[in-house]
Design a protein around this ligand. Structure first.
Ligand code: ARG
Length: 562
């Protein structure tokens, strides 16, 4: 925010040598707080002016002055700018209050579409921890992109196709029970799938039967299609319970199966551009020039692959949404796959392939080991979320038993705790999963931020009686200044977190703001009737606005009372 202002002050004095953007890009934050709030190094100018940087800094500092700066001084080769606390805090608080939840918007786009491929679980299998990560990281990136001016399109690329459905049909026809599947679709279907594999070890003909039924499915056989649709619907109903708890909505559930009748065209296109080569009977696109293994397009038996579907999906999405950027939030174990897809599209000559990004992330660990959803060790995510809600309900019962709408708040706190615990970590890090840890009301947790927000709201309720008493004059004490400086940073935090596809930057920011606000509150008496009451209340209100908005970007709600 003030970087621009500084650049605009300096620019007129040196415009024959550098552009305004260059000036802005040179501006830094001094290493030590006593050196001021913003610094301009004059090294670059030295070679243009053929003068020593110290001399340049001194001459510049003497020429500059602006009401928002208390002093502007040269310090060696640097010009250091000290913000005028009172004036700046007055401007910032007025801006935040005026803009409300629009504060922090960054104009990176004029509403262009950005597709976010997120969540994308596999039908008839449990919703895994990896899918949870993809869901919450993807949703946060979508929210943050919207704050930066984009129109996010959330796409759930369901894993609803593949040979496993042939096996599942065989298993269901042999050992399945309709009622049981209806009652517990995921558990039952998984059981059938596991049973299929253990029986197939003894009886190899089962594999053939599985292939046969998958072939039937591909040929639109009525019975096969009917069973597949049923498995898909029942699974989706289960997944939707999780999405409902997380309050996440998708713009499209077009999964792998959606592209069945669209892949011929993709293969045709590859042929037309002479990109298909046969290799052991299979059709591949060589990616030698990118030092990558070839991308497998069609197997020797004619079956298409995961990659063929993703290529087709990309073409469809470009046609349908004309996306400006396409983001894929998928675990890092699929990095090679996405590199291959993006490069095949480049070889096809699509410039938009340069705007496609794989956003990978690490594992969720339990006691240092990867949390698995296979076989006996299934962790049903819905149960995990419900446990978190229950724990949150217990804390609320202990802290504030008379709270209205306790159940609703417990849900918001429990779910918020899980989301925050994920997002506060840089996404590539592995995360240790601990319900107790994530639900603490102290420390770097979602409940801590929510609680701070609720506390600020309660100060505002108490303060409403003397709010109009004085004018907003700004603040200059050290504690409020630390809060104000963070408020100033909000837009640039959002921008950085979008550019790096790193919601953790927003999560860390809300933790910092909550901490700084709590420090402020323990040192300063907000509710005293004096000439600064309006400014202090404005500070509290600005904090509630930014905390609520920061949490919203992460996909977390902020109750007014806790
Ligand atoms: N269903 C896949 C899996 O669980 C993830 C799909 C990711 N999205 C994509 N367009 N490939 O591994």
């Amino acid at each position: 925010m003030y970087k621009k202002l500084v650049a605009e002050q300096i620019y007129p004095h040196i415009q024959q040598y550098v552009t305004l953007d260059e000036v802005e890009s040179l501006i830094e934050k001094p290493k030590y707080v006593d050196k001021g709030d913003i610094a301009f190094p004059s090294f670059t100018l030295a070679k243009h002016l053929k003068k020593a940087p110290n001399v340049i800094a001194k001459t510049l500092a003497e020429k500059l002055n602006h009401p928002l700066f208390e002093k502007i001084v040269a310090d060696g080769p640097y010009v250091n700018f000290f913000l005028h606390k009172q004036e700046v805090s007055k401007t910032v608080l007025t801006t935040v209050l005026k803009e409300g939840k629009n504060y922090g918007k960054v104009p990176l786009s004029q509403g262009e579409n950005i597709t976010i491929d997120l969540s994308s679980p596999n039908i008839a299998k449990p919703f895994s921890m990896g899918h949870l990560r993809s869901t919450v990281i993807g949703n946060a990136i979508a929210n943050i992109s919207e704050k930066c001016g984009y129109t996010p399109i959330r796409i759930n690329h369901l894993g609803d196709w593949g040979t496993q459905f042939g096996k599942l049909i065989v298993a269901y026809k042999k050992w399945g029970n309709e009622q049981a599947v209806k009652e517990n679709p995921i558990t039952e279907l998984l059981k059938l799938y596991v049973q299929f594999h253990s029986e197939a070890e003894k009886d190899t003909s089962l594999e053939d039967e599985g292939r046969l039924w998958f072939k039937k499915l591909e040929d639109y056989d009525e019975e096969a299609t009917h069973l597949w649709e049923w498995f898909r619907n029942e699974s989706l109903k289960e997944f939707n319970k999780i999405y409902e708890l997380l309050q996440i909505k998708f713009d499209s559930y077009n999964g792998e199966a959606f592209y069945n009748d669209k892949m011929e065209e993709t293969i045709h296109l590859l042929q037309e551009k002479n990109l298909l080569e046969s290799s052991d009977g299979a059709e591949v696109v060589s990616l030698e020039e990118y030092s990558l293994p070839p991308c497998l397009i069609k197997k020797s038996d004619g079956a298409t692959l995961y990659a063929t579907r993703d290529l087709t999906a990309a073409l469809y999405r470009q046609q349908h949404y004309g996306f400006q950027k396409a983001v894929y939030v998928v675990g890092h174990e699929q990095s090679l796959h996405f590199q291959q897809i993006f490069n095949v599209l480049k070889k096809l000559g699509f410039h938009w392939a340069n705007e496609m990004v794989h956003v990978p992330f690490g594992f969720i660990l339990k006691d240092g080991k990867k949390m698995s959803t296979r076989k006996g060790k299934i962790v049903l995510l819905e149960e995990v979320i419900n446990d978190a809600i229950e724990l949150a309900a217990k804390s609320i019962e202990a802290k504030n038993p008379s709270l209205p709408e306790k159940e609703e708040v417990a849900k918001i706190v429990g779910v918020g705790a899980i989301i925050f615990h994920d997002l506060k970590n840089e996404r590539m890090n592995n995360i240790e999963f601990s319900l107790e840890e994530m639900l603490k009301f102290e420390g770097s947790t979602g409940p801590y931020v929510q609680y701070t927000h609720a506390r600020a709201c309660s100060i505002l309720r108490k303060g409403s009686s003397f709010k109009e008493a004085a004018a907003l004059t700004g603040l200059q004490d050290e504690h409020s200044w630390n809060v104000v400086k963070l408020l100033i940073e909000f837009p640039s935090v959002i921008e950085k977190s979008f550019i790096n596809y790193e919601p953790s930057q927003v999560a860390k920011y809300v933790i910092d703001l909550a901490r700084e606000f709590n420090k402020y509150y323990s040192h300063v008496k907000v509710l005293t009737e004096d000439e600064q009451i309006a400014s202090r209340l404005a500070l509290v209100q600005a904090v509630t606005i930014v905390l609520e908005e920061g949490l919203r970007l992460l996909g977390i709600q902020a109750p007014k009372e806790m």
